[in-house]
Design a protein around this ligand. Structure first.
Ligand code: ACO
Ligand code: ZN
Length: 294
């Protein structure tokens, strides 16, 4: 059950307070009607409950006993932790997260049916608790080969590589599901390739293009170009269409005798790799502490 698209509506909440940040919002988000007259909302940074007044938040903080997102911690490396939140077990949290996220997502449908989703919430942790940096969501049993429904890095944390980290983590968690768990899922999903849910925002496309570019160019370099798009897709689980578009945007595709041919001049590849920017934060596979959703 999807709510109709809300993106044409006028922005209501102008700023939010979340942990130690005051953040200006970007877009309309369909908060319940009693919040219609609010310019500013105060979020508990741990349970994501939101309130109209600072005093309400202060009262809440005295009794809220969460110090991290609900759900399982599935990754820890240094001060970074990832929590997996089942929307069915933590419905209110899931809904709160969607309200919050929509403030920074333009043309995304908001899912009220959070039951069907898993939320992966990335946090920077210190002695005060685990502070949300961003998240991505994933449909539990997706009919399509989408592997990521929504991705967000909160504005104060943007352009630090977290977006690429989230994308890489999403791919990696899928691979681990393939490898370690649920033999029947394995056979069902084997050979299934992923692509993010459309439409992608401009920033979303930039982040994905950057990620795909790095992954693809690294392989092209290693194989000196002797590889087909189909083979690239099998190796990376990136959809062939996304590979073709990415390589085309880099002008690495030529059309010869009715076939797409990849041009892989090492000098050209190196130039593109440099331009593709930083690799982002690395996901350290050995830091996964994994109990998958069943
Ligand atoms: N201007 C230009 N390029 C940008 C910008 C920007 N403001 N932000 C990100 N990029 C590009 C850059 O190429 C950057 O790499 P670089 O820093 O090495 O040059 C690359 O994207 C990724 O940067 P990260 O630091 O890894 O990503 P970040 O943590 O900033 O998160 C994200 C990217 C998630 C898209 C963030 O901008 C965001 O949350 N935006 C609002 C929500 C959104 O649009 N989400 C995607 C919707 S589509 C979907 O959900 C499937
Ligand atoms: Zn709380």
């Amino acid at each position: 059950l999807r709510e109709h698209e809300e993106f044409t509506k006028v922005k209501n909440i102008a700023t939010i307070e979340l942990g130690r940040y005051e953040i200006e919002t970007w877009y309309f988000s369909p908060f319940p009607p009693e919040y219609n007259d609010c310019l500013k909302l105060y979020f508990c940074e741990f349970c994501l409950n939101f309130m109209k007044r600072k005093e309400q938040l202060q009262r809440h903080m005295r009794k809220c006993d969460l110090k991290h997102p609900p759900g399982d911690e599935i990754y820890r490396s240094g001060t970074l932790s990832m929590f997996e939140v089942d929307g069915k077990k933590n419905k209110v949290y899931g809904q709160n997260l969607c309200y919050l996220a929509k403030l920074f997502l333009d043309h995304k449908t908001l899912y009220y049916d959070v039951d069907l989703f898993l939320f992966y919430v990335l946090c920077e942790c210190d002695d005060r608790g685990c502070h949300m940096v961003g998240y991505f969501s994933k449909e539990k049993h997706s009919e399509e080969s989408y592997n990521l429904a929504c991705i967000l890095t909160l504005p104060p944390y943007q352009r630090k590589g977290y977006g690429k980290f989230l994308i890489a983590f999403c791919k990696l968690s899928a691979v681990h599901l393939f490898n370690f768990h649920l033999a029947y899922e394995l056979s069902k999903k084997e050979g299934k390739v992923g692509t993010p849910e459309r439409p992608l925002s401009d920033l979303g496309l930039l982040s994905y293009r950057g990620y795909w570019t790095r992954v693809l160019l690294d392989i092209l370099k290693k194989h000196k170009g002797n590889i087909s798009i189909k083979e690239l897709s099998d190796m990376t689980a990136i959809k062939a269409e996304d590979i073709l578009n990415t390589l085309q945007s880099l002008e690495l595709i030529q059309y010869r005798k009715g076939q797409h041919v990849i041009c892989a001049d090492p000098k050209v590849l190196d130039r593109h790799l440099k331009a593709a920017g930083r690799g982002g934060l690395e996901v350290d596979v050995s830091k996964l502490i994994w109990t998958p959703y069943k």
